[in-house]
Design a protein around this ligand. Structure first.
Ligand SMILES: [Mg+2]
Length: 260
């Protein structure tokens, strides 16, 4: 694993270089990155300073902002208040809204698998008060934010068994207080690769806070800038402490991009 740089001056100079790219793609995770966590996922919002910088970047010449989230597309559009025209990628890369077109995701067979897994997880959720099953278009999340670590571990194990019984090919991935069960092998890294190509971007900025964001950091290249938000192992070259610290990073990038 490469060294992760926590020295702000290294990040600052990487941003100045990045801002000179002819075509720049700014890809951002939402929860825990632009928006601090809240107990009710419907009540979160981007930090005002970060969001102002995002809108500034979106208006800058040859610059595109895209939100890349594990949330379903509709929910991402709602909580982010993204303006029309801002590209959105939901469900970890399964759902896309680009150039005003929604690309839905699944075949009939995949949809049937999602339903089977959802039914199995609901039965697990009923057995563990405080554990919440969130149904998404391409899979489901088992949220354990409101229960003890012991109960979470027990619920996760039960959910894993139930989901695999319902669909032996189900994909399982862990995040912060959530385990997700999906039927499509798509990651945020695939989304970044595709967006880079689609927009002919010369350089990419990506920031994220969670385990699933590592798939995106993994596909970054020389000249790109990846910023991990918060603690935990990461492939990102840079790290900031929390969403509030990311605000300064986005402001600097927006300023430098406009000044070029
Ligand atoms: Mg996140």
């Amino acid at each position: 694993m490469p060294e992760t740089e926590t020295d702000p001056s290294a990040l600052s100079s990487a941003l100045e270089t990045l801002a000179a790219a002819p075509r720049l793609l700014v890809a951002l995770d939402f929860d825990g990155t632009l928006a601090p966590f809240a107990d009710d996922p419907a009540q979160v919002g981007a930090l005002p300073g970060s969001w102002a910088a995002v809108l500034t970047l979106q208006r800058a010449r040859d610059t595109e902002v895209v939100l890349v989230s594990g949330r379903p597309l509709e929910g991402l559009a709602r909580v982010s208040h993204a303006p029309e025209g801002m590209a959105l990628v939901g469900s970890h890369g399964v759902e896309w809204r680009v150039d005003g077109h929604d690309e839905a995701a699944l075949s009939d067979d995949e949809r049937a698998r999602v339903d089977r897994v959802g039914t199995a997880l609901d039965e697990v959720g009923d057995r563990f008060p405080g554990v919440v099953v969130e149904h998404k278009p391409a899979g489901h999340g088992l949220h354990t934010r409101r229960v003890s670590a012991e109960v979470a571990a027990e619920a996760n194990a039960a959910a894993s068994r139930a989901a695999h019984d319902a669909d032996p090919d189900v994909l399982e991935r862990g995040g912060k207080d959530i385990v997700e069960f999906a039927v499509r092998h798509v990651t945020k890294g695939d989304a970044i690769d595709r967006l880079r190509e689609l927009r002919g971007a010369d350089a990419v900025f990506f920031a994220g806070d969670d385990v699933t964001d590592e798939d995106a950091f993994r596909v970054l290249r020389d000249g790109d800038v990846g910023v991990k938000v918060g603690e935990g192992d990461t492939l990102a070259a840079h790290r900031v402490a929390d969403p509030a610290a990311l605000t300064d990073v986005l402001k600097q990038l927006a300023r430098a991009r406009f000044a070029r």
